[in-house]
Design a protein around this ligand. Structure first.
Ligand SMILES: [Zn+2]
Length: 291
């Protein structure tokens, strides 16, 4: 699967064009660009991994293609407001990094919950608007599910046959609680086979940088996670949230799990990182089924 890095006005996001074409607009949005940066935006050279689950022991690199000339996204549709206001630097009051893209991507109809690092997943069929939780399963069209992250993992699980898309916020607590697996089981309860589901794992802190203490490592070890989820290097412990979620999804029967393989801590040019920045900057991740 090929990931693309696209621009919408001053905002950049990572997406899977095939999923967009199938009617699910989605993105892992990067941090706002510095006003002093060049108009063309971030020079992005990354590699993504595809089909983690289907390749024996392997992570198949798939190129991340950066669209030339600022590759304007296909969405929002013509007539949607363009993100000129707040286009330079940080958006207006509120948590930095959120208001701007909501406007730029025309996500005014959205659900943005107070995230609790728990495992609450809400089913959105018609008009439900939960205010707290860490996961959404969207069946309703034209309402965007949004999760904020800055090291935690955003995970999308979709089934085009319904269509349905789940968006989940999975930090170490949510991962330990199995929130991504819970979302899959809720989709199964709707009659969706895991063979019809695909997962996309967005940017989050990688095992390269996610140094954890013994208490966190123990939680995962007690659940049967050893290497590569809990890694020991030079006397320190590191956690691989992507590997943990991948294993969880595979255990639920998913065959196609794709990972953008970008570390929020390493890539300061692209992402906020709660650990690195010690600030409140968050990037948003969204998905919406378009009618
Ligand atoms: Zn890293």
């Amino acid at each position: 699967m090929l990931f693309e890095f696209k621009n919408q006005g001053q905002w950049s996001y990572i997406c899977w064009p095939a999923l967009e074409e199938a009617g699910i607009f989605h993105g892992f949005v990067t941090r706002p660009r510095d006003a002093s940066s060049e108009e063309e935006g971030i020079d992005f050279h990354g590699q993504a991994r595809g089909n983690l689950s289907s390749e024996r022991g392997g992570r198949v690199p798939a190129a991340v293609k950066r669209l030339e000339g600022g590759g304007e996204a296909k969405y929002p549709r013509a007539g949607a407001p363009l993100p000129r206001e707040g286009a330079t630097g940080y958006p207006r009051a509120g948590v930095p990094g959120i208001d701007g893209p909501i406007k730029a991507f025309s996500l005014e109809h959205h659900i943005l919950m107070n995230q609790e690092h728990g495992d609450s997943v809400h089913l959105i069929k018609r008009g439900e608007r939960p205010t707290a939780g860490d996961g959404l399963i969207l069946l309703e069209k034209n309402v965007a599910g949004i999760v904020k992250t800055a090291d935690c993992l955003p995970v999308l699980i979709y089934a085009l046959s319904v269509p349905a898309v789940a968006i989940v916020h999975a930090g170490w607590r949510g991962t330990a609680l199995g929130i991504a697996g819970k979302a899959v089981r809720m989709l199964k309860a709707l009659g969706v086979s895991p063979k019809e589901m695909c997962a996309l794992i967005g940017p989050g802190i990688g095992p390269c940088c996610y140094n954890v203490q013994e208490d966190v490592a123990r939680v995962f070890r007690e659940q049967g996670f050893g290497e590569p989820v809990v890694q020991e290097r030079q006397g320190s412990l590191f956690l691989d949230l992507k590997a943990a979620n991948t294993r969880m999804l595979r255990n639920e029967g998913l065959r196609e799990i794709n990972d953008v393989d970008l570390c929020t801590f390493c890539r300061e040019d692209l992402f906020y990182s709660a650990r690195r920045d010690k600030g409140n900057g968050r990037q948003i991740n969204f998905a919406v089924i378009q009618a």
